[in-house]
Design a protein around this ligand. Structure first.
Ligand SMILES: [Mn+2]
Length: 322
């Protein structure tokens, strides 16, 4: 005799069939996924943060979330590289944008943290589309409160562990120094990948090393190859809660022209995607893709790259959740 009536979990609602509703029709949610208000639960929430008041050079990343959504229309439901259907094994939604004050960085940071808390509190893992790199700090604050000190793999042309710009402590070049100072990060498991380009001085590297970061430059990726790089990162991460922060400027300007602080000599989109796939099996608790600035993009090169990176992050979460 059944004594308990369990409400069955509805199967995840995915994108509409591309053979029924053309991919170029309908509203541009990420990967044509349902909105948060169209489903009863969210296992993974893709959320935009259209904020770019922390940039030091070209502005425009506030239009990143809209560009990545538009660039994601062609994504299909099965990932052959990871053998997973990320929208079928978990409910993935587009949670819209966290709307924040463009004139007050401190208030914006507080608003992003609250927005992340609300989504994570409802049980969702977050994949955030920026916005400039300032937004990583409040996202890591929210996750560290929930999971403890985070392992971090930071893909970027730059270290983003600088101290201040024009005396300002909260900018797109400083989130990881602030996170280190605030005790959000596990200093045994911090990595930059894809860095390159001129620095202000040797002291930038010394400060960064003191915070515990290991560096795999874009040239190291070329020389060692993606499998060796991913294996090294995985060994460093272990079973810690992992945050992945991906500045699209980690890619060479040939692969991502639409960004605010481009540097020659970057990774290819193929290399980035393959390193990410090599991180399968890690405990990925949150991720961001930032610094897509569509005004400098051509033919959606950057938006398409960022949308595929986001798809791989959602796929890694599907496999982490198993
Ligand atoms: Mn950055």
């Amino acid at each position: 005799m059944p004594s308990v009536t369990e409400t069955p979990q509805p199967s995840p609602l995915g994108p509409p069939d591309g053979a029924v509703v053309p991919r170029f029709a309908g509203p541009a949610t990420f990967a044509r996924l349902p909105r948060l208000d169209e489903v009863s639960r969210a296992d993974v929430a893709v959320v935009g943060v259209p904020f770019d008041s922390g940039v030091s050079y070209r502005p425009g990343a506030r239009f990143g979330p809209a560009a990545v959504r538009q660039g994601s229309r062609l994504l299909r439901p099965y990932h052959p590289g990871l053998d997973v259907s990320p929208f079928a094994t978990q409910q993935v939604v587009d949670a819209g944008d966290i709307a924040v004050n463009p004139f007050d960085i401190a208030e914006a940071i507080t608003g992003i943290e609250r927005g992340a808390d609300a989504l994570a509190g409802a049980g969702a893992r977050l994949v955030t589309i920026g916005g400039d790199h300032t937004i990583a700090l409040p996202l890591m604050r929210s996750l560290a409160r929930r999971h403890g000190r985070l392992a971090l793999v930071h893909f970027d042309a730059h270290l983003d562990t600088w101290d201040t710009y024009f005396g300002a402590p909260y900018t797109h070049g400083t989130p990881f120094r602030r996170a280190s100072e605030e005790g959000l990060l596990d200093e045994a498991a911090l990595s930059h990948v894809g860095t390159r380009g001129p620095l202000y001085g040797r002291i930038d590297l010394d400060d960064d090393a003191r915070m515990g970061f290991g560096i795999t430059t874009s040239a190291d990726v070329m020389r060692a190859g993606v499998d060796e790089v991913a294996a090294g990162l995985k060994a460093r991460i272990g079973d810690r809660p992992l945050y992945l922060s991906i500045d699209i400027d980690v890619l060479d300007p040939a692969h991502a022209p639409g960004t605010g602080t481009p540097e020659a000599g970057g990774m290819t989109s193929r290399e980035l995607l393959e390193v990410l796939r090599g991180l399968v099996g890690t405990n990925l608790v949150g991720a961001d893709v930032v610094e897509v600035a569509p005004a400098y993009d051509h033919a959606e090169i950057t938006a398409v790259a960022a949308s595929h990176v986001t798809y791989d992050l959602v796929s890694l979460m599907a496999l982490a959740a198993r």
